[in-house]
Design a protein around this ligand. Structure first.
Ligand code: CNA
Length: 319
């Protein structure tokens, strides 16, 4: 663990692991901000680590201009098959919550957790039973039709995810089929068919190259927030309330590169002490205490110093 001090704006200066322990012991309204780094030890890769998903997406020739395209809404609408060829890799399955997940549950058990703002979509905080939390980037628990906005339980698309199939909305599909049945047969353009057919085929191909085969189809997308989508209103509402109550911020396992969640840190009153627990430094944000290293090791160390009532709860027994 290393440490960095930011004493300005604070009545007291905190900089050691013992300071972190004392802050956790005395705080009653801890706001925790978590990211993909709390789940890497469960076997779920993060985005930006050297072994993360972005590095893999670059290597594996997914024909993406940029790995972020995998989670980009306009790209999804054009090529949903690309996302669904990959989705099973990040779909919540038989993962067991890590000590970091259990640390947040321990804070809740000790009535110290104001709220856990998680960017994760893997459902592991729910699995360990954390109640006071917000899935800032949504989750796979539900999925919605992008055309009619009907919400389905996540289980409705599970088979498609594992079969790498693009799920279409059954309600819209039924309407489309009904319309197609009643529609008059399409008229052929006399001009088109009187011309040189080969030349027209070529022209058509050029034109069609820009039209996605998925255009107009009622695509169903898991309710995870893609780049280009808004966060739920609940995010703003909760943050407005929580900033009035918070007495300590603990950030765990995130590069703080995705806005607006990354702005939580600067949005809180400057008098609130801030602790970072992360494998890599987060250069663009100032924390009072920076504990660099493996998150699981760090939280276990903090718990051992906090005493018996701060033991991590046992992990759930896998189903
Ligand atoms: P990120 O940008 O990939 O950053 C992860 C951070 O975690 C990095 O700074 C690492 O140094 C750090 N880290 C990795 N492993 C550990 C570890 N064992 N101990 C301590 N620190 C570690 O991911 P962010 O969460 O910052 O980015 C937000 C994105 C990631 C959200 O939109 C998520 O939906 C998305 N995501 C989520 C998951 C998941 O739900 N498990 C997985 C991959 C990506």
């Amino acid at each position: 663990c290393s440490r960095v001090l930011r004493a300005r704006d604070k009545l007291e200066a905190y900089n050691t692991v013992d300071d972190a322990v004392a802050l956790i012991a005395k705080s009653k309204k801890i706001l925790v901000l978590t990211g993909a780094g709390v789940s890497t030890s469960c076997g779920i890769p993060d985005f930006r680590s050297p072994t993360g998903l972005y590095a893999r997406l670059k290597e594996e020739h997914w024909e993406l201009d940029d790995p972020q395209q995998m989670f980009d809404l306009p790209y999804f609408k054009e090529k949903p098959n690309v996302f669904y060829s990959f989705a099973k890799e990040i779909y919540p399955s038989n993962f067991v919550p890590s000590p970091c997940h259990r640390f947040v549950k321990m804070l809740e058990n000790n009535e110290k957790l104001l709220r856990n703002y998680t960017q994760n979509i893997d459902g592991l905080f729910e699995q360990i039973g954390v109640k006071r939390m917000l899935n800032c980037h949504g989750s796979f628990a539900t999925a919605s039709c992008l055309r009619c906005r009907t919400k389905f339980p996540g289980s409705a698309i599970e088979a498609d995810v594992f079969a790498s199939r693009v799920p279409l909305c059954p309600l819209c599909t039924a309407i489309d089929e009904e319309k197609a049945k009643n529609a008059p047969p399409p008229k052929k353009s006399p001009e088109k068919w009187s011309a040189n057919s080969k030349a027209f085929e070529d022209d058509d191909e050029d034109e069609m190259g820009f039209v996605s085969e998925w255009e107009g189809k009622p695509l169903v997308k898991p309710d995870i927030v893609f780049f280009g989508e808004m966060l739920s209103d609940e995010f703003d509402h909760r943050l407005l309330e929580d900033r009035e109550e918070v007495d300590l911020l603990i950030v765990i396992g995130t590069s703080l590169r995705v806005s607006p969640v990354s702005q939580i840190v600067s949005h809180l009153p400057h008098s609130i002490p801030q602790i970072l627990i992360n494998r890599d430094p987060v250069g663009h944000a100032n924390f009072d205490i920076v504990l660099l290293g493996d998150g699981d090791t760090i939280v276990k160390h903090l718990c051992s110093k906090l005493g018996d009532s701060f033991n991590l709860p046992a992990p759930p027994v896998p189903a």
